[in-house]
Write a protein that binds this ligand. Structure first.
Ligand SMILES: [Zn+2]
Length: 198
């Protein structure tokens, strides 16, 4: 974050970025958007204070059925990880953190029935909207898994954009429901991070 802060990159909010993407004009600067899937409690304890100290906006995608609980879905390796509580999410929502949806149970939407996929997408939107009293506009596909049908479900649910894990820069004229992202891992040192910004 210190590197970003001293660089020519501009860290902007997700909603500002989606505005730029949908305007279809070529970006006039190098922009970065910081997004964090799953909504781990560590975001509140560790990440957010760092982002806040640099004045960086961000977006988080909490798994809606696990608020305040341990992340025990699927084959999550660290089953001690806790997901943000309802009050932590409400607090963050008032502090330059956009809240997006990431299904109820972190399911791979391409492997469940259409009915289940609809419930997973719609319910997660509803629960988070009731919690923060604001519209949830952004969705992140768990495991980055989506098909044309999945896009249809997400659109139908009333989202205005969706993030994938397709690793490239989001230029202008992207589909708003297939916004690419670059995955930064625990193992990326500063050099690897810089490479991914290119
Ligand atoms: Zn996830």
């Amino acid at each position: 974050m210190e590197f970003l802060s001293n660089s020519s990159y501009q860290v902007i909010s997700l909603s500002k970025a989606t505005e730029l993407i949908s305007s279809q004009s070529p970006p006039d600067a190098d922009y970065v958007v910081l997004t964090f899937d799953d909504g781990c409690e560590r975001f509140y304890d560790i990440t957010f204070p760092i982002l806040e100290s640099f004045g960086f906006p961000s977006a988080i995608y909490p798994v809606a059925n696990y608020l305040g609980k341990r992340a025990t879905w699927g084959n999550v390796r660290n089953r001690e990880l806790r997901i943000l509580s309802r009050s932590q999410i409400t607090e963050l929502a008032g502090l330059q953190v956009e809240i997006g949806a990431h299904t109820m149970d972190h399911v791979k939407l391409t492997t469940v029935s259409e009915d289940d996929a609809i419930v997973q997408v719609l319910e997660s939107k509803k629960i988070l909207e009731q919690l923060i009293g604001r519209e949830i506009r952004s969705f992140a596909y768990p495991h980055g898994a989506y098909t044309r049908e999945t896009i249809g479900i997400v659109k139908e649910a009333g989202f205005s954009n969706a993030l994938t894990c397709v690793a490239r820069a989001a230029g202008a004229a992207e589909s708003m429901f297939e916004i690419p992202r670059k995955y930064i891992t625990y193992y990326d040192d500063l050099n690897a991070f810089k490479q991914k910004l290119l």
